[in-house]
Design a protein around this ligand. Structure first.
Ligand SMILES: Nc1ncnc2c1ncn2[C@@H]1O[C@H](COP(=O)(O)OP(=O)(O)OP(=O)(O)O)[C@@H](O)[C@H]1O
Length: 271
């Protein structure tokens, strides 16, 4: 897998003497599904915003497809790495869903036919093909979240960063959103999700990056990361209930198992 994003000894501060990122180095490869976790204020969003050039490092380098983000504009970078805000309302400002989704492609100067096709494809991908003429602000939170995803999808980015995509959604909305993200990943997009939801991490992520006080504390697959009890405690996160329950029941690798499969392993086939 080729490297899409590479951070090399990245330091960042918003204000003097307050270091928000402290020497972060990592590589993200094409096709990965990565979760960034950590307590409030640990630097997750700041790290993710370095990946599409919204922030440029105070010290160190960030490269996207081998190019230093300091040499590229945000417009150039956002075609490769798209950022979906935690609150979709920070992204939505048009009067119809179709116009909202067309905004990015229009900004890129695409011809009308190409824009129309991109909008149709993006709306279809999020299941909103029949809602293009509706007013986005009156939609449910789940639908507004999908509109935000469609808006970035229309620009056909290689990497999609989703900042807490399930916050404020009910169970059904969360499942729909994450199945959409899984589908985008299967279609070849590299996915970076910032989340506090460890169940979501266990169920969807292939790789987990743990941040604490601006430093990368741990990086590995979910089974490895959730086994690092001291690291998790330091980072103020707790392994998901399904993992803790499985471990307590003596299952080595509980993450890929559904609760029903786990009960069968523990209690036998008769349940
Ligand atoms: N625009 C800003 N100006 C000044 N300080 C900021 C700004 N944005 C974030 N910070 C500070 O930088 C630190 C890291 O913030 P960041 O949003 O990256 O953390 P986070 O891990 O994403 O947090 P959360 O889980 O609460 O969203 C925090 O101390 C935060 O207060």
């Amino acid at each position: 897998m080729s490297v899409v994003i590479e951070l090399n000894d990245v330091w960042y501060s918003y204000e003097k003497e307050k270091l928000v990122l402290q020497g972060v180095s990592l590589q993200l490869k094409q096709g990965e599904f990565v979760a960034i976790i950590g307590g409030n204020g640990s630097g997750k969003t700041t790290l993710a915003k370095h990946c599409n050039g919204l922030y440029k490092p105070t010290q160190g380098t960030v490269k996207v497809n081998g190019l230093d983000t300091k040499t590229m504009s945000v417009a150039q970078l956002s075609r490769i790495v798209a950022y979906c805000y935690q609150n979709p309302d920070h992204q939505i400002f048009h009067s119809t869903i179709k116009a909202e989704v067309a905004f990015g492609p229009k900004n890129m100067g695409w011809p009308p036919e190409k824009i129309e096709q991109a909008v149709a494809e993006a709306l279809a991908a999020v299941g909103l093909s029949d809602k293009g003429d509706e007013e986005p602000h009156f939609s449910s939170k789940g639908t507004r979240q999908k509109i935000a995803v469609a808006s970035i999808l229309a620009m056909k980015p290689q990497v999609i960063v989703l900042d807490e995509p399930t916050t404020g959604l009910d169970y059904r909305g969360m499942q729909e959103m994450m199945e959409l993200v899984r589908h985008l990943h299967a279609e070849g997009h590299t996915i970076i999700v910032i989340t506090h939801d460890m169940r979501l991490v266990a169920e969807y992520a292939q790789r987990v990056i743990v941040m604490h006080k601006g430093k990368l504390l741990c990086d590995g697959d979910p089974v490895h990361v959730f086994s690092q009890t001291q690291v998790l405690a330091a980072a103020q996160v707790e392994a998901p209930a399904i993992y803790r329950f499985g471990k307590a029941a003596g299952i080595d690798d509980p993450i890929p198992l559904t609760l029903t499969a786990m009960k069968k392993q523990v209690l036998g086939e008769g349940i």
